[in-house]
Structures are given as structure tokens and as C-alpha cells.
Design a protein around this ligand. Structure first.
Ligand SMILES: N[C@@H](CCC(=O)N[C@@H](CS)C(=O)NCC(=O)O)C(=O)O
Length: 200
């Protein structure tokens, strides 16, 4: 069977897509990294199934939602847990990060002392919880899964705003370093465009 073709459409920024790009890089699988600038969005928006990005085209078929995309690629590339319950624990971990992210976005769009406090607290809370789940190298064990890579992509975006934000969490820091130190991930990092954290 011929290898699939993949095209990822997203703003020219890390945002919700760096985890997806990292999964391709980690698995060393080729993909088209289609990045666009803000003025091009209006025309592109109507071509997306739900009017948002990221969108991954797999052999010409469109898939939306960053986490669904990561989960799909994880399954495709064998980057999943060895049993369904551990996989469910990993998915819950992602959902917990996304809950904190929702508060972060609320603070971003409506910056008040209250929203900023709620967002900081939510993020600190989830990071301190998952720090204890990465004691064997990766989340829930010694095998890297799409969730470790998704998390590493999320950290990349966060570090553009706050470089030291993972410093209080040595297990999480080591996990991200393990993912980023893979040769194929380093190769991707060296050739990606310079950060544009406020592109959208
Ligand atoms: N839950 C979705 C959120 C998608 C989303 O809101 N994407 C933003 C960019 S980060 C977007 O498309 N914004 C432009 C718009 O809504 O017009 C996911 O994780 O993929």
C-alpha cells in the first residue's frame, strides 16, 4: 500500500499545531506544513469543515480538532499506550490540560486580575498533578506516546510567552527534553520558521 499523504493547515505559529508537527517529526513521517498569515485567513476559513484550524488532510480527506488529529496520528504511528485503560488515563490527562487552557484563553481574551489569577492557578494545579505521573520518563510509564508529544508541543507554545514556566517541574522538563532530543525532532526544530506567538 502506498504511504498516505498529509497536509497540515494552520497559522504561521505554534499554537494548537506544534504538537501535531512534533508527532510527525518524532515518527519521522513527511507532511506538508502549510502555514498562512492572518490576512489570508478569511478566504481559507470557508474551506475548513468547521471554520477553524488546525485541519489535517489525510489523502485529501479533512480532519479537524487538534487533539483528534494527535490521537489519530498516535494510532497510525504506534505511539499509543499498551492497554485501553492507560490510553484512557492519557486522554483524561489531555482533557485536564485543555480545561486549564480554556481558562488561559479566557484570560487572554478578557484580561482582568480575576481571569489572570484563575488561569495561573488552573495551570499550576494541572502541572503539579501531572508532574507526579511522569516519574518513569513519560506519562504513565517508560514508553513515549502521542500524549507526551502533544504535551511537548504545548510546552513549546507556552515557552514563547513564558520561557521558565516548566522550571518547577523536573519530571515534565525531562520528559519534554527526551522528546525534543530525538534527532528527527531536532531536525524539524532547526528548520521551522521563527516564533510568531501573536499571529492570531
Ligand atoms: N478545539 C479546536 C479549536 C480550534 C480553534 O479555535 N482554532 C483557532 C486557531 S488556534 C481558529 O481557527 N481561529 C480562527 C477562527 O475561529 O476564525 C482545536 O483544538 O482544534
Amino acid at each position: 500500500m502506498a504511504a498516505s499523504t498529509y497536509k497540515l493547515t494552520y497559522f504561521n505559529s505554534k499554537g494548537l499545531s506544534e504538537g501535531i508537527r512534533f508527532i510527525f517529526a518524532y515518527a519521522d513521517v513527511k507532511f506538508e506544513d502549510f502555514r498562512f498569515e492572518r490576512p489570508d485567513w478569511a478566504a481559507l476559513k470557508e474551506k475548513q469543515p468547521y471554520g477553524t484550524v488546525p485541519v489535517l488532510e489525510v489523502d485529501g480527506k479533512q480532519l479537524t480538532q487538534s487533539v483528534a488529529i494527535c490521537r489519530f496520528l498516535g494510532k497510525r504511528f504506534g505511539l499509543v499506550a499498551s492497554d485501553p485503560f492507560t490510553e484512557a488515563l492519557l486522554e483524561a490527562l489531555v482533557d485536564n490540560i485543555r480545561d486549564a487552557l480554556t481558562k488561559l484563553m479566557q484570560a487572554f481574551h478578557n484580561k482582568t486580575p480575576e481571569t489572570e489569577k484563575a488561569s495561573k492557578e488552573a495551570l499550576t494545579f494541572v502541572l503539579s498533578k501531572i508532574e507526579n505521573l511522569a516519574t518513569e520518563g513519560y506519562f504513565y510509564g517508560s514508553k513515549a506516546t502521542w500524549v507526551d508529544i502533544y504535551f511537548s508541543g504545548f510546552v513549546e507554545s507556552m515557552r514563547d510567552h513564558e520561557p521558565a514556566f516548566l522550571d518547577p517541574y523536573p519530571n515534565l522538563k525531562a520528559l519534554v527534553d527526551r522528546i525534543k532530543n530525538k534527532d528527527s525532532v531536532q531536525k524539524y526544530i532547526k528548520q521551522r520558521p521563527a516564533p510568531m506567538p501573536h499571529a492570531h
